[in-house]
Design a protein around this ligand. Sequence first.
Ligand SMILES: Cc1ncc(C[n+]2csc(CCOP(=O)(O)OP(=O)(O)O)c2C)c(N)n1
Ligand SMILES: [Mg+2]
Length: 555
Amino acid sequence: MKIPVSELLVRYMERLGIETIFGMPGAHILPVYDSLYSSSVKTVLAKHEQGAAFMACGYARASGKIGACITTAGPGATNLVTGIANAYADRQPILILTGETSTHIFGKGGLQESTGEGGSIDQDELFKSITRYRKVIERTDYLANVLNRTSKVLLSPNSGPVLLCIPFNVQKELVDEDLLDQVHTQQSEPESGNSRAIDALTGLILEARNPVIVAGYGCIRSGAQAQVSELSESLNIPVTSSMKGKGVISEQSALSLGSLGVTSTGYAYKYIIDNADAIIFLGAGFNERTSYLWDASLLHNKKIAQVDSNPEQIDKVFKSDVAVTGDIKSTLNGVLSTLDAQGVDRQAARKQIAVNDPVSQRDAGSSRIFESGFALVEGFYKRLEQHFPQDLVVFDDNMIFAQSFFNVASGNRFYPNSGVSSLGHAIPAAIGARFAEGKPTLAILGDGGFQMCCMELMTAVNYDLPITVVMFNNSTMGLIRKNQYQSYQQRYLDCDFVNPDYALLAQSFGIGFQHVESEADLDRLFAETDFSNSSTLVEIMIDKDAFPNYNSLRN
Ligand SMILES: Cc1ncc(C[n+]2csc(CCOP(=O)(O)OP(=O)(O)O)c2C)c(N)n1
Ligand SMILES: [Mg+2]
């Protein structure tokens, strides 16, 4: 049977398991919207296409499934750019569908034309560096090929955004529905490292006297939390994490060193320098913040192993003694079964680690970064830990507070604003995640960030989707003010600003509101807030002149 291309694309999305598509319609993409009318793929109308892109990112991160966005040609597509850049940097699988003027008017100055012809903007060129595959579909004879390439990228462990731009007339062209049978839409089994590499990794782990695991986001992507915990617990190996790897093993566990990085308490850093003779990087990059600006003493005189599914990460900034390219979960399963196959007595092979109770020592060190002025922030995170032993989902744009103050339990999920670290991310990302999972979901951000994306809260209201937004109110772009304080002789420029009345704002949005300026307010917040069934804006007051005591810039 013949069906329109728009219909075929919607059926393709259904086969890929796409459940929700975030975006905003415009005339050039309406045929696809019309085909979505009777589809199982649910459409979500965002307030701004950037919000739609961040929602797709949040959806993909929380669910591990493919996120999707849909916009019209021209401004609809250009508004996506930062969100898609974020997905590219984070290797999130996001399918983007955009419209375009009809092919017969290419170059003639069509409304919102984006072909790069006749003086129009060139959308394809614009997205070149932030997509892993993109295609302006001008014909239908190669459609099966295009969709196969799309699937290949979206289903790969090192995925990223794919942009399909479909001219208006092509969306309405008829094609044979059997064409879909030529397109693969199933994920293949993730590949572990090869057996020689697994043997070498097992050997390095057994030989080390005091190894430390650095767990990164790769562990979460591959769902390797149980394997990391088993390796750590059975051989008594302490675990630290990158910011994105927080919670791979419970940060409340005695084997957790907390997270590693320039904005952390510094406990894991000191532990590694003083004690470790081997470091095992699992899906963790050694980037600027995690590595303390590539501090060589962290790696000095230590054996290094690295496991990553992304070959680009291997030996990127350091040379490892053992490098394994492969899925982390399957690779660790390989290590654990190699230990058994070699008859290793895990009890006897346990490491004699140098600390008894890392959690309390770690917390005692936290004053190094946050000397004063952050008691309410700390109090908030401590109560959050107690209130949610599990099932909490947190998207956090402020990150550095949480890095030191929030011990993420293994049943909770912490998603810092990684990717391109763009402000305006947490609220839409949390909304996207809430569409994927019905768990209590928090967006944590500053007042500057809030004002960049607060209208998306109305998207949550629109879909009756409960989320809790926690906003730190210091009437300033705190991190910018900190830099101008530390490095520019307090010549404050374009950091301070005036805030609206947030109680009235929440009221006008029809959501709950909590104002926090004391410990008693924090108690009330946790006693009164329904994190599961209704939306609330929480405003926590902090001092604009309280600065975290770190400097992340290399001169
Ligand atoms: C889109 C974007 N623009 C600019 C920046 C640079 N930037 C990083 S932190 C920051 C200030 C954030 O202020 P706020 O959200 O109020 O958080 P605070 O630091 O005050 O806690 C800015 C402007 C950015 N990360 N993203
Ligand atoms: Mg602020």
